[in-house]
Design a protein around this ligand. Structure first.
Ligand code: GLA
Length: 383
């Protein structure tokens, strides 16, 4: 099957009102970056930007997807034929297609349906638009089939879709955040045990700003996979199963013998673990200044040791240091562009947002997409 075949479809019945809809949020990660695939800790939260899927059943056995994005051709998939990754690679159909394949593997018989996909979540911004699309599709399929997977199995099915169909060897953070998020809370997820704790973020005291550099982020370009491989290599050279198995003191004892790249990558991972724990302690103590310091530390480590930042992200973080009311700021997500997240005084958030926009525009000529956000719940059917 080719993309051309996929584009040849019966048009969805556009006039039919949806039988039901599903929304799935994007996420920002507050701290614990590039740690999920090292079995580490992450602290994402869902944001109030989402992917939405409006669904109508069909009488035949096709899944017909239409997106509001003009660069996304309509796609049609025969649900009776097992879906394979390669024909979909590089197309937006890879995400929903990979999810369908996951349910096919489980033996679910998915009824034919039309789905119209729309989003308030910017794509390619490092805010997990792909995980949101995957989990949105999976939740729609659950409703259509009248049964559910466990939330964990659903998130893992979506992660596998991303690995096999989109070709991105991501960790579990994004799909878990989109699935398990709770309003008013960040999600502390231990990627080794999959134990989760919802950590409150009091809206009357702190707000989160998301500022998009305007530089497009792409994880499939090989750098992400390279970082992952470098961590595996560092762990192997130090004789441990994963970098999670090392505390900072133990790492210091073993790391001298490492080549420079493995040394710096693993230093980021083991110190990020400590920063994440300190950040959570600071949140629980409502010590926002201390939490902010951990965010700055995380950014510096990602920029110098892990080398996944870029000039625009570094600039946003630098600017944040001179804006009153900002506690901390760092890049969020995979990096190489995308967004920064800032922890700020909630009463000052609108002014701080304007300060960011103005300063960034003055320095780069780019009008950044920036917004104040709050922690939302995970993916859910809405009617
Ligand atoms: C991307 C991946 C996640 C995670 C982050 C970096 O968002 O999808 O699994 O590795 O990068 O923390």
């Amino acid at each position: 099957m080719s993309i051309a075949d996929l584009a040849e479809t019966t048009a969805p019945r556009r006039s039919a009102p949806p039988e039901f809809s599903v929304v799935a949020p994007g996420r920002v990660n507050l701290i614990g970056e590039h740690t999920d695939y090292n079995d580490g800790l992450v602290l994402p939260m869902a944001i109030d930007r989402h992917v939405r899927c409006d669904v109508v059943r069909r009488s035949d056995r096709l899944m017909v997807l239409k997106s509001d994005r003009t660069d996304h051709p309509e796609i049609s998939v025969d649900l009776d034929r097992p879906l394979a990754p390669l024909p979909l690679r590089g197309s937006w159909a890879a995400y929903p297609g990979g999810v369908v394949a996951g349910f096919q593997r489980l033996g679910w018989v998915i009824p034919g349906f039309n789905a119209r996909i729309s989003a308030t979540l910017p794509p390619g911004a490092g805010l997990s638009s792909s995980a949101a699309l995957e989990v949105c599709t999976a939740t729609a399929i659950e409703v259509l089939c009248g049964k559910t997977l466990s939330l964990e199995d659903k998130a893992l099915l979506c992660q596998r879709a991303e690995h096999e169909f989109a070709g991105v060897p991501c960790g579990i953070m994004d799909q878990f955040a989109v699935t398990f998020a709770k309003p008013g809370h960040a999600l502390l997820l231990d990627c080794q045990t999959r134990h989760m704790v919802h950590v409150p973020l009091p809206a009357d005291e702190v707000a989160l700003l998301v500022i998009h550099t305007g530089v497009k982020h792409s994880l499939a370009d090989g750098e992400y996979a390279k970082r992952r491989a470098e961590c595996v290599s560092a762990a192997r050279l130090m004789g441990v199963g994963s970098l999670r198995d090392l505390g900072v003191a133990e790492w210091r004892r073993l790391a001298d013998a490492l080549p420079d790249i493995e040394h710096r990558r693993s230093r980021h991972v083991v110190t990020e673990h400590e920063r994440t724990l300190s950040f959570v302690d600071a949140l629980q103590a409502r010590n926002w200044q201390a939490a902010g310091e951990q965010m700055y530390g995380s950014h510096a480590s990602l920029a110098t040791d892990y080398e996944v930042s870029c000039l625009e992200l570094d600039l946003l973080v630098e600017l944040s240091r001179h804006i009153p009311g900002v506690f901390g700021c760092r890049m969020t997500g995979g990096g190489f562009g995308g967004c920064a997240v800032a922890l700020v005084e909630s009463s000052e958030a609108p002014r701080i947002l304007k300060d960011f926009e103005r300063e960034y525009r003055d320095r780069t000529g780019i009008d950044p997409l920036a917004f104040v956000t709050r922690p939302m719940g995970g993916a859910t059917p809405i009617s």
